[in-house]
Ligand binder design. Structure first.
Ligand code: FAD
Ligand code: EPU
Length: 356
């Protein structure tokens, strides 16, 4: 089929979705970078994905375009216009799909807002996700980097997911082991990158809920609250986040710009000897996680700017768009920070967001 914008392949009588040309992504990424996509397609259902697969089979030009699967755009850096096909996850729906005396299974469509899901579960007294309150983005993106905050990573409550394989044109499911979750990592950043569109995610939430208060800052906020409820934990997490993270609706950003580096304990101990205030946490695998925000802060970057991109004045791990930033401006500041931290501490910083 020629590379027209309206392929004629329709799996059934539902009107086919529309491939849109020259689509602005400015409002679809929380950094607020003004970039265009050559083609854009909103995905509302599995039928849309089946239609897309048929269109890709029929149109070699379309099939050769690079792809970007897009959720809420809160973990992306658009380095320029995207000469490819943006597949925007827009499906809706949350439901309890099973229950026994141990747990409740909740399934949410990929396009549901993450915080909307957290609120939905808390409104039904289903605890577990409260420490992950207010993380921007969609349910479908949560497994990609195994989102985490305040002592909890998503994998703890993950049961399974359904995804669509764009190459073979079929659905498949993965359980927790199959997703190969790690710190800000999963199989979707590797083998399945840009090939699997996550369609829905199922969570297993315990019937017997216990608050998770290991994160020191959270424990401090709740120190005066006896037996905090899941709603109180959620409110405390929201308060901490609002205190130190910029609201993307007000100031463009993508959350933590770098991962907290994992180093050997030997390297950490050597750094500690030189920098007694270094913030680090021992990991179960014998490594140590360094606070990248502390490293950047020590290099004097907090509150500074390079052109239209700055380092947030309350949290040095967050880069912010001060107005009109382009991808190149973001990269320039990121490289300057990486070079300083490497020179001063000998530690390379790896970006957290996906660069497009
Ligand atoms: P996008 O930015 O749209 O995409 C991110 C990646 O996921 C891309 O590679 C994309 O291709 C892929 N993707 C998206 N949807 C799908 C899908 N359906 N199928 C396959 N691939 C898909 N993260 C944390 O872990 N913890 C935090 O505490 C945290 N705090 C944040 C605070 C702020 C203010 C901001 C702006 C970001 C924060 N983040 C945090 C990062 C971000 O919110 C998460 O990574 C979130 O999961 C991204 O969701 P999204 O829908 O916006 O994904
Ligand atoms: N710190 C400084 N200066 C700074 C920033 C931080 O000294 O400018 C120190 C803090 O004092 C603290 C330590 O660094 O001792 C850690 O800071 P914080 O508790 O703010 O957490 P973080 O390590 O910077 C991580 C995640 C966040 C997550 C929080 C809470 C990563 C890359 N980031 O941030 O996730 O919300 O912990 O669990 O793991 C994200 O991934 O986008 C994100 C926001």
């Amino acid at each position: 089929m020629p590379s027209s914008l309206t392929p004629t392949v329709t799996p059934n009588s539902i009107p086919p979705p529309t491939l849109q040309p020259d689509f602005s992504l400015r409002t679809l990424n929380t950094f607020g970078i003004d970039a265009m996509a050559e083609r854009y397609l909103a995905l509302h259902s599995v039928t849309d994905l089946q239609w897309l697969h048929a269109a890709l089979q029929a149109d070699p030009v379309l099939a050769r375009l690079p792809r970007l699967i897009l959720g809420g755009g809160s973990n992306l850096v658009l380095t320029g216009d995207f000469h490819g096909l943006v597949l925007h996850s827009c499906s809706r729906g949350i439901a309890v799909i099973g229950q026994d005396d141990q747990c409740t299974l909740v399934r949410a469509a990929a396009g549901v807002g993450w915080h909307e899901l957290v609120n939905w579960t808390l409104a039904r007294q289903l605890g577990g996700l409260e420490n992950l309150s207010l993380i921007p983005g969609t349910v479908g993106a949560a497994p990609i980097q195994n989102i985490g905050a305040y002592g909890v990573e998503m994998e703890r409550y993950f049961h399974a997911l359904t995804a669509f394989d764009l190459e073979r044109g079929c659905l498949f499911t993965l359980d927790r082991a199959g997703c190969r979750f790690g710190y800000r990592d999963s199989i979707f950043k590797h083998d399945w990158r840009d090939r699997a569109v996550i369609v829905d995610v199922t969570f297993t939430l315990p019937r017997q809920w216990q608050p998770e208060l290991r994160y020191a800052e959270l424990a401090t906020v709740l120190a005066q609250t006896t037996d905090p409820t899941m709603q109180q934990v959620s409110a405390a997490v929201i308060a901490i986040r609002q205190r130190k993270l910029p609201d993307p609706a007000v100031i463009g950003n993508a959350g933590s710009f770098f991962k907290n580096p994992l180093v050997s304990r030997v390297q950490r101990d050597a750094l500690l000897a030189q920098h007694p205030a270094l913030v680090s946490h021992d990991q179960p695998d014998g490594s140590a996680k360094l606070a990248a925000g502390w490293l950047i802060d020590q290099c004097g970057w907090k509150g500074r700017a390079l052109g239209p991109v700055g380092v947030y004045h309350k949290q040095a791990l967050v880069l912010v768009n001060l107005g009109g930033a382009r991808g190149a401006d973001v990269l320039q500041l990121a490289h300057a920070i990486q070079a300083d931290v490497l020179q001063r501490f000998g530690v390379p910083l790896e970006p957290e967001p996906t660069f497009v």
